[in-house]
Design a binder for this molecule. Structure first.
Ligand SMILES: *Cc1c(COP(=O)(O)O)cnc(C)c1O
Length: 367
């Protein structure tokens, strides 16, 4: 009799955005007609400099990657004005979340998140049988977080800013209050900045500086990723920035060679591709305005967005799952937030053409 640990059986399996192939297979839609606005990928594609690097290093696939990740860490450290001993690299920032969970959680521990936030915080907590405590609202409000920190003494407090899947951002004052309370309570505060490039560009009030964070607080881990603005979701590269002590402990649980040579080179080159990032952010901010206008014209409410997606709230007489299915059958893939307890759709802002199609099909759907 195989005895799987009981708490493993309670872990929900992560549900990624529906892949293009499924729409092609199920509804016979031509692959290049499918518009995937479900996973917050960069609609401009892979940064050209990263493509060059991947090609250049293709014939180095027989060699193990540089496990010290010297150049990538150096480049990130330089960018953020920290030491490379303050940096850890993960196969996506997802993997850094798994490291943090690994070093802090067990069956008698807890984590605290906002009511609606990134699903992987819960899932990694459940890998260790830890309990998940949530606030009442999706917003990161210090007056909701602080009493729960005092009551539950969580080991990890997650602050996702801007937040996925809602798109709202939290002010520095609020974040610092939550971190301060976490510090006093002996919790590690994780500030997940997966969409920080967008927030900084759209409204600098919401910009969080990882260097300032880790100088002020020894209990903070800041997370960043190459999967969103940097257009490298398929390469799986993310990073954590924290005190040397926390990084050292995370390094103990890191598998060797946890990202590939091609991923590492792609990330290094993407950091140099300023033109690509500039174009991505410019396109995004222009198209985001169209999403807000569309919502207003269509009588839809939305959450003010500081990310590369927008969350449309469905009116009471419409069901987000029905709308989601309607769109999917017509080759437009978005994210239904029903599983988060919200009657809402999360839509990644695409290219002008992709967005035109979304607006046209969504108008039909809500009629
Ligand atoms: C996308 C995302 C991540 C990490 O993605 P990786 O591809 O694993 O780097 C982390 N946090 C949030 C909130 C995200 O949306």
């Amino acid at each position: 009799m195989i005895e799987i640990k009981p708490y493993i059986k309670n872990i929900p399996v992560y549900e990624a955005g529906k892949p293009v192939e499924l729409a092609v297979r199920e509804f016979g839609i031509a692959e290049d007609e499918v518009v995937k606005l479900a996973s917050n990928e960069n609609p401009l594609g892979t940064p050209p400099k990263a493509v060059e690097a991947i090609k250049k290093f293709a014939n180095k696939a027989h060699l193990y990657p540089d496990d010290s990740m010297y150049r990538l860490k150096g480049k990130l450290a330089n960018r953020f004005g920290v030491d490379d001993k303050n940096v850890i690299i993960g196969a996506g920032s997802d993997q850094v979340i798994s490291f943090i969970s690994h070093i802090l959680l067990s069956e008698d521990k807890k984590i605290l998140t906002s009511a609606v936030s990134f699903a992987m915080y819960d899932i990694y907590a459940k890998h260790h049988g830890a309990k998940v405590i949530k606030t009442k609202s999706y917003k990161h409000l210090s007056n909701e977080f602080i009493p729960l920190i005092k009551e539950h003494k969580p080991s990890i407090v997650y602050i996702c800013t801007p937040n996925n899947p809602t798109g709202d951002a939290t002010t520095k004052e609020e974040i610092y209050k939550i971190i301060e309370a976490s510090y006093k309570s002996g919790a590690v505060a994780v500030v997940d900045g997966a969409y920080m490039e967008y927030a900084s560009y759209l409204c600098s009030d919401y910009e969080i500086n990882p260097k300032e964070l880790i100088q002020k607080y020894p209990n903070v881990v800041y997370l960043g990723t190459f999967s969103k603005a940097y257009g490298l979701g398929g390469m799986r590269v993310g990073y954590g920035i924290a005190s040397k002590e926390l990084i050292e402990d995370m390094m103990r649980v890191r598998p060797p060679f946890n990202i590939t040579t091609l991923s590492m080179e792609a990330a290094i080159s993407a950091l140099d591709d300023d033109e690509f990032i500039k174009q991505s952010l410019e396109l995004h901010s222009k198209e985001l305005i169209r999403y807000k206008e569309f919502a207003k014209e269509s009588g839809l409410d939305y959450i003010e967005s500081y990310t590369n997606f927008i969350t449309y709230l469905m009116p009471n007489d419409l069901n987000s799952t029905d709308i989601y299915k309607y769109l999917f059958q017509r080759g437009v893939i978005v994210r239904d937030l029903a599983s988060y307890g919200m009657n809402a759709l999360r839509i990644t802002v695409g290219t002008e053409k992709q967005n035109d199609k979304l607006f046209s099909v969504l108008s039909e759907a809500i009629k």
